[in-house]
Write a protein of this length. Structure first.
Length: 171
């Protein structure tokens, strides 16, 4: 009897730990840090989680979604990560990519984004006996500076002068 109670207590502890990570339907990350990560246990059936954030400056955004499958207990099918820019009445789709129990880990570069408000929508279906489990990471990468027009003109003029001097010495 004591062993049966201990097993029930252990099972309840594991289930409550898994339930703690479940269903963060909407999460606000605020101003996006260099790295943002969400790990979520989804319910059995369809799910749709939202992660809101803002960019304070022009940034390059790189995202990875991982379907953390545990045999038949935790599994995701039809996983989709979509990035939107908040634009008033109708938000703009920046891009999307799929992930599931077959692809495992998928990464996607969304490119250079302007400052503003954005959000990820992560959707799919938890098809394991306990639902599904995924991890979403969002990373900001440094934007390579683009030379100003006057800097580019000065560089081209300098190369022209070097070419002229090099040609003059050959003669």
């Amino acid at each position: 009897m004591r062993l049966h109670f201990t097993l029930l207590a252990a099972t309840a502890a594991i289930a409550s730990t898994l339930a703690f990570n479940a269903q963060a339907a909407t999460t606000d990350w605020g101003v996006h840090d260099a790295l943002e990560v969400a790990s979520v246990r989804t319910p059995v059936g369809s799910f749709n989680d939202t992660y809101q954030f803002s960019l304070a400056a022009v940034e390059t955004l790189f995202s990875t979604a991982v379907s953390n499958n545990l045999t038949s207990a935790l599994n995701i099918t039809g996983g989709q990560v979509s990035l939107f820019r908040e634009a008033g009445a109708v938000d703009t789709t920046v891009g999307s990519f799929a992930f599931n129990d077959v692809t495992g880990s998928i990464s996607h570069a969304f490119g250079i984004l302007t400052a503003g408000d954005y959000y990820y929508e992560v959707s799919g279906a938890g098809t394991g006996s306990l639902g599904g489990f995924y991890t979403l990471s969002s990373t900001l990468l440094p934007v390579s500076p683009v030379p100003e027009a006057d800097s580019l003109a000065m560089m081209l003029a300098g190369l022209g002068v070097l070419g002229f001097l090099g040609r003059r010495r050959i003669r």
